[in-house]
Design a protein around this ligand. Sequence first.
Ligand SMILES: CC(=O)SCCNC(=O)CCNC(=O)[C@H](O)C(C)(C)COP(=O)(O)OP(=O)(O)OC[C@H]1O[C@@H](n2cnc3c(N)ncnc32)[C@H](O)[C@@H]1OP(=O)(O)O
Ligand SMILES: O=C([O-])CC(=O)C(=O)O
Length: 386
Amino acid sequence: MSEDVKYGLAGVLADDTAVSKVVPETNSLTYRGYAVQDLAVNGSFEETAYLIWNGELPTTAQLEAFREKERSERGISNATHDMIKRYNKNAHPMDMVRTSLSFAGQEDEQANVGSGMTAEGFDRQGLYDLAVRMYARLPEMVAAEFRHREGKGPIDPDPSLTWSENFFNMCFGEVPAPEVVKCFDVSMVLYAEHSFNASTFAARVIASTTSDMYSAAVGGIGALKGPLHGGANEAVMHMLKEVGEPSNAKEWMLDALATKKKIMGFGHRVYRSGDSRVPTMTDYFKKMVEVTDTDEAKKYWEMSRILDDTMVEAKGIYPNLDFPAGPAYYLMGFPIPMFTPLFVMSRITGWTAHVIEQLENNKLIRPLSAYTGETQREFVPIDQRG
Ligand SMILES: CC(=O)SCCNC(=O)CCNC(=O)[C@H](O)C(C)(C)COP(=O)(O)OP(=O)(O)OC[C@H]1O[C@@H](n2cnc3c(N)ncnc32)[C@H](O)[C@@H]1OP(=O)(O)O
Ligand SMILES: O=C([O-])CC(=O)C(=O)O
């Protein structure tokens, strides 16, 4: 270990950003200056996506035009559908969506626009168009992959439906109650952006070589998959299933802590006394429990309260957004391995906004490392090595 190294880049200021601000001291998170809780409860994911890319909330006319643009970009190619039909049904859905987005990138003749790989160089409008295209098409990829795993054919996007409604319809062939759609939409707002988290930083590193936006987003998907990051929303649900009953919850947590287990859905690199998004998502998880109104749903709610209280009391470590989001998605009817792809559908907004920001004022990201290997030595010909 070297004293000069900031392991995991913890505490390192790597660049400027105007997209979002995380203030751990006050547990606050703003997107372009607006509190994320206000956007989630009083706004919509469509307005939030517009805000993240354009820097301002839309007027009614601007939102209408933005919705039109998104709806006109819906529709993945027949070649993508054919490829999805050939996916291994046992593959993780994150591997599927990573492959589908990468495939879409090689089909898209505009894929290299704006990054610096074309003669025009930085092109904000071109990059924005690509970002909206990915936001419009990722839900269809995720839904078609889900239906493929279920042995069912895809459902076409419906231009009369909002982004969130359309996603439910493409998955299940119907739009659920407005309370369920709202809960999902809230989760999309909360997941959209979070400064220099690992997947966004990965996307920015890729963009900094002036590679294309699809490559940056595919890299983001790879980074998000891990359970230390986005994959935790799935791990939380597996944990709740393992705990099984509220009466087991306290003992399960204390045993897990005694054996130094990492508890999924708890802890955060930046927040030390709670994640700004958790109270809002917990309220909506509770609403899902009320809407579902089953013993199973109530059981997950009770267990999650006990696990949260026990962890905070025993370790002073608080839940992160994945803790309430995982069970909320479960109650919406999504299978567990689909939870992180849902995160992708939202975070595409943040990743692409950061790619645009990176490229607008680009400096290749290339840090240094402290070498800890062998000192320089003589090459020994192979017949003399013993
Ligand atoms: C949307 C998101 O991506 S949010 C993050 C989702 N990820 C998770 O929920 C996975 C579980 N959590 C974790 O693994 C970590 O808290 C991370 C990766 C999120 C943050 O990690 P870091 O900032 O590197 O913190 P680090 O792992 O050093 O933790 C500091 C201390 O708290 C403990 N700790 C932190 N999180 C947890 C946890 N979830 N369970 C048990 N102990 C924990 C560590 O063991 C460490 O203790 P020590 O000082 O006695 O060794
Ligand atoms: O900021 C982080 O490190 C992880 C996180 O919460 C996110 O990406 O939403």
